[in-house]
Design a protein around this ligand. Structure first.
Ligand code: SF4
Length: 356
């Protein structure tokens, strides 16, 4: 007696490359050209109801209804800040939840995208790290985050930053697929200059980005200037120490020519915010085409770290600027809501538990 087969999950149309849409059309028995209409409808116009897509034959619609899926994740919670920042908690089809954040700027909105449910890197200053990694997100789920974001932003969404929950380069295949689809000029058409992938320092992934010329910017979450401190706050540093990491970043810039990298530096009071740290950072970044974002730590309930005072942060920035580095202090947005990455999810989980 043969074992009972569980049914194949439906293909998700959101997340298909153009070639896969062509294949779908051919399997449905219609012309390949209809893949262009599907791609434009879904990625350019954000349509997620097959009946609202014009220009495609009924036969293709029928095939899609029985073989593919177009549902977006449900928004299970949201919070709006006085500064206009909006945080959404999205529930994927298996019930796993991730956060995405919409951050307004001058005439444009930036969306912070999660790439994993949880994270395995274990940065000690990060709330998301406390629950560990549950699973990777698929490219389709990341695209669904963008589509959910676009539905709320009335054509103003311009920038995508892969800085939400997860280490993007621990999920390289799906993240690379996502980046290629969002920057496809005949699809979502985000400029590669407006898509930024942030890593905690996964050297093999950075090398792969370099070799494949992945169409996006790179941000390095550096956060310390000695291996001793960095290994304490980012355990991945034990495997990929600062010296090798900075060489890898220099190779990335060398191979990609015009590229600058973004160096992120979360400032933790008494840990990495000294004058000596600022001077070591100047040395580490000597001659590197980069912009330094100084991010004063945003404490969350139970965190072991404190935010440095403004004078310390400004003194640190001024040392970088005097050394001719481009350095900017970025205050975290949405400080009156659950602002830390992973905090909305934690708050909602606690409220649900309390109501049981
Ligand atoms: S800071 Fe980023 S890489 Fe580090 S644990 Fe948090 S989500 Fe993961």
């Amino acid at each position: 007696m043969s074992a009972k087969q569980s049914p194949e999950p439906p293909l998700s149309l959101i997340g298909m490359s153009h070639a896969e849409m062509v294949d779908l059309c051919l399997r449905a028995g219609v012309k390949a050209v209809h893949a262009d209409h599907l791609r434009a409808a879904i990625y350019r116009h954000g349509i997620t109801d097959i009946d609202r897509i014009g220009d495609i034959p009924q036969r293709l619609k029928t095939y899609i209804r029985s073989h593919a899926d177009m549902t977006l994740p449900a928004c299970s919670a949201s919070q709006g800040s006085r500064d206009g920042t909006r945080k959404l908690l999205l529930a994927m089809s298996d019930g796993k939840e991730v956060e995405t954040v919409l951050i307004p700027g001058k005439g444009r909105i930036t969306q912070c995208i999660s790439t994993q449910v949880g994270c395995a890197v274990g940065c000690t200053f990060c709330l998301t790290a406390t629950a560990g990694l549950t699973r990777n997100l698929t490219a389709s789920e990341m695209l669904a985050e963008v589509m959910a974001g676009r539905q709320q932003t009335d054509g103003q969404l311009r920038n995508l930053v892969l800085m939400g929950m997860g280490e993007p380069l621990h999920n390289y295949e799906q993240v690379a697929r996502f980046v290629r689809i969002v920057t496809d000029p005949r699809g979502m058409a985000f400029s590669p200059r407006r898509v930024t992938l942030s890593t905690s320092g996964m050297i093999p992934g950075i090398r792969r980005m370099t070799e494949e010329n992945l169409p996006c910017n790179l941000a390095l979450s550096l956060n310390a200037t000695t291996d001793e401190v960095r290994s304490k706050i980012i355990p991945l540093n034990r495997k990929y120490p600062i010296g090798e990491l900075m060489q890898c970043i220099r190779d990335y810039i060398g191979r990609r020519g015009d590229k600058r990298v973004l160096i992120e530096y979360v400032m933790l009071a008494g840990v990495n915010d000294s004058i000596a740290d600022a001077r070591r950072l100047v040395t580490l970044l000597d001659g590197l085409k980069c912009t330094v974002n100084l991010l004063p730590f945003n404490p969350y309930p139970g965190s072991a770290f404190r935010r440095p005072d403004d004078a310390t942060v400004e003194q640190f920035r001024d040392i970088l600027i005097r050394a001719s580095l481009v350095a900017v202090i970025r205050q975290s947005r949405g400080r009156d809501i659950s602002a830390a990455c992973g905090q909305l999810k934690t708050d909602v989980r606690q409220k649900r538990a309390a109501s049981l």
